[in-house]
Ligand binder design. Structure first.
Ligand code: FES
Length: 352
């Protein structure tokens, strides 16, 4: 028996459905909405068959909601919109279809939890570059065949005066989606700098990322609760590099030498490629006290930190150069402290 020939279809980016033939949408209204959607497609070049970001828009039979329509869905995002009129459609088109950001105020249902929608299909397929290169030798002929190619006479051609083009907006959104390893600094005189860093580490560990902690200055024989936790969790590298707090150190030269040794260790771990996230705990002191040259450290990080490595640096008095270099800086500010106001000493499991 001959196997029936499978049809072929060019790649596309999204598919929108507008309901009709049920109780919630007057068919004429649904048709007008689809026509307006297709006109916006033409305006943004998202009707062209060769554009892998092409957006299909189909009038559907009843979508099974049958109230508060017209209903419009966008797939594969799995986003459902209600009460879609011309103005709402334009907002959805601009923000969601072009900008990639669903319009929260008009959503009533999601197939996926918010923020966990599938990656934009042209991005997953890797054919965004093709979209950016524009026409190919037979593109013109194809475009003549493109879906809904006939634009109404009143539809104005986009001009530079209209502001950024769809391609420019999409490029901007793609840049905004770009991931990079962040440099995060937790500084200030309040408590919680290390604790916040460990919270991020816990989150990363939970996602099976490779994590490590280099602890500057804290006594390498100390067994804080967080170190015990890391030992129990396993697969967390915990490297102590210091000889105790500066104000308990009997030999400042030794402290300084240990800090320098710690930085050498840090450089090895940072450039090893073995981590997704590294914490340099209390590292700012090595810069603040001048044991390490801040400009040299930042210069080394700029040249050697792997692109996707997240680096968290904690400690008081973060130098301005470090703050300028970082992507995320948080200052912990002391408002009340149980020891200062009430003489309550640090308690195991809470402060260490
Ligand atoms: S007609 Fe709109 S969902 Fe049924």
């Amino acid at each position: 028996m001959t196997k029936p020939k499978a049809p072929s279809m060019r790649s596309y980016g999204r598919h929108a459905f507008i309901c009709m033939n049920g109780n919630c949408t007057d068919p004429e209204k649904a048709i007008n909405l689809q026509q307006h959607f297709l006109a916006l497609n033409r305006k943004h070049g998202l009707n062209k068959l060769r554009n892998p970001e092409r957006v299909k828009c189909t009038l559907s039979d009843c979508l099974g909601v049958c109230s508060d329509g017209p209903i419009l869905t966008v797939y594969p995002d799995g986003i459902w919109y209600h009460h879609v009129d011309k103005a709402v459609l334009e907002q959805i088109y601009q923000e969601h279809i072009v900008g990639g950001q669903p319009v929260e105020e008009h959503i009533f249902h999601r197939l996926f939890p918010q923020g966990q929608e599938p990656t934009y299909a042209p991005e997953s397929r890797g054919d965004l570059a093709i979209a950016a290169t524009g026409s190919s030798p037979d593109a013109e002929a194809d475009e003549k065949k493109s879906e809904n190619a006939v634009a109404p006479a009143h539809e104005p051609a986009p001009s530079p005066a209209d502001g950024p083009t769809a391609a420019e907006i999409r490029a901007k959104v793609r840049r905004a989606r770009k991931k990079k390893g962040l440099v995060i600094v937790n500084t200030g005189d309040g408590k919680g700098k290390t604790t916040a860093a460990l919270g991020v580490m816990l989150r990363a560990w939970g996602r099976k990322m490779r994590v490590g902690v280099l602890q500057f200055l804290k006594n390498e024989n100390a067994r804080f609760g967080e170190i015990k936790a890391a030992q129990r969790m396993g697969d967390i590298d915990w490297i102590s590099t210091g000889d105790g707090w500066t104000w308990t150190s009997k030999d400042m030269d030794e402290t300084e030498a240990r800090a320098r040794h710690g930085w050498e260790l840090a450089k090895q771990h940072i450039s090893s490629g073995n981590y997704d996230l590294l914490i340099l705990d209390e590292f700012t002191y090595t810069l603040h006290y001048g044991w390490l040259d801040t400009a040299e450290v930042i210069g080394w990080l700029k040249a050697n930190k792997p692109e996707m490595l997240h680096l968290i640096i904690t400690g008081r008095n973060a130098p301005k150069t470090l703050i300028d270099y970082a992507d995320l800086v948080t200052e912990m500010r002391a408002i009340k402290h149980p020891f200062k106001e009430q003489g309550i000493r640090a308690q195991a499991g809470i402060e260490y």
